[in-house]
Design a binder for this molecule. Sequence first.
Ligand code: SF4
Length: 451
Amino acid sequence: MPDATGTAQPKLQGVPNAGDVFGENTPYGVGGLGGSSAGPLDVVHVFWLAGMSCDGCSVAVTGATNPSVEELLAGSIPGLPPVVLHHPVLSVSAGAGFTRAFHAAAKGELEAPYVVVVEGSIADDQAFPPDEGYYSAMGAGGFDPESGGSDQPNRMTDWVVKLAPGAAAMVAIGTCATWGGIPAAAGNVTGSMSLGDFLGQDYISTLGVPVVNVPGCSPVGDNFTEVVAGLLLFLQGIAPLPELDELGRPAWQFKETVHRHCARAGYYEEGTFAELPGDQECLVEIGCWGPVVQCNITERGAINHMGGCMVAGGACIGCTMPGFPDKFAPFYKAPPGSALSSNISRTTGAGIRRLRRLSMAHANRSPIWDRAGEVPSAYSRRASKPTTVSKVEGFFYKRLQYRGTVDLAKRNKRQPQPKTMNFFAGEHEQDLARYTPPDPQAGEGAGREEL
Ligand code: SF4
C-alpha cells in the first residue's frame, strides 16, 4: 500500500490477539511483542540469501535437531506458524519459479510476513555499478522487467537492499554474515563485511528488530533453529523478542565461554596439558582460545548434543568471535595470554592433583575392604594394601568430612565384617570349578592328518 509519498510500503500481517496474552498496552517491537494486526499467522516465509559463503551454515542447519528444519517447515511445533523456506540449495524449484517469491517480497506483494536469513559475508560490490561486475548473485534480469530489465546477474547485495526494509527480521547466520569472517580477513579483495556493517546501526526491521546474529564457522545448527523458533513466537505475538546481547547474539547462547563448560576444563585446572593433537588433556598449549571465546559448543555439541570441537579433540580457534580469523591466527599456536594462566594452574594443579589422587584412592576402597586391610579382588592382589601416606591422609580427610555430623568412619569401624566374605577361599575352595588352560605344547608334533 503506498504511503503519503506514493512509495509502496511493505505489508505485514499482524497478531490482534497478542494483547490477550501480555496485555493490550504492551508495546510492540524490541522488548515487547511482535506482529501487527492481521494474525494469527498462517505462514511465514524465510528467504535465504547466500553471499560470500561456503554453504557450511546451510549444512549445519540441516543437521539441527531441536528444533529441526523439518519441524519448522511442517509447523508441527505448537504455537509456531509453518515456515515456507526459499533456499537456493534446498528448494525444489529453480530459475524464475524459485525467485518469484523473492521478487514478490521485494515489491511488497508477498502478503505474508517474511524473515531474511543471510549466509556469507556481504561483498562490497554496491561500491560500483552493476554492469561492472559482482561477487555473488542469485538470478538475473534485474528487478524491474517493465523498464527492460537487465542482462546482468542480480547481485546478492541488491537482494539484501530490496528485502531488508520489509523484513520482519534479518538474521545473519555464521561468522561471515555476522562479523565478516574469513572473506573479510586481511588481504581479501572483495571488501567483504558483515550484514550488520552493511545495513548500518540505524537498521531495524519492520517489527523493530535490529540484525540478529548467530555466529559460528560453521554455527551450531540448533543455535540457529532455536533462534528462528523464538522469532516466530515473537512474530505470532505470543512471546517477547528473544534476548539479544550487545552484539545482537542470542544472549543465552553466547554469554558463557567455551572453557567454562569444556569437557577438558578439569585438566586445565589440574595443570595438565596436551602436547600433541589427540592427547586427552587441555588443549591450550596447542592453540586453544576457549578461555576467551564466547560459544556454547561445549554444552550443546555439534549435532544432537554430540561432538563439538574440544570433545572431538580440536582446539578452539575462536570461530564465533568478531575477531575471527585474524585475531586468532596463527591457528594451533598457544595464545599469548595463556602462558601466565596455564603456568599458574600447572604449579597449583600439581599439588591439587596429588591430593586428589590420594582422596581418589581412599574413595576407591569400600569400608569393608578398609576393615579387611586389603582389596579382596583378583585384580588387586598386588596393590591392595593401604600405604602409610594414604592412612594418614584418610585419617585427616575423614575428620574434616564428618566434622559436625555423624561420623560414619567410626561407625564403619564398629561394623562387623560379613561372615561369608571370600567364600571360595575357605572350606568351599574345592567347590570352585576351576578353568584349566590348555597346554600349548600338547599338540606339538602332531601330524597334519591328526588335525
Ligand atoms: Fe579450556 Fe580449551 Fe583447555 Fe577446553 S581445551 S579446558 S576450552 S583451554
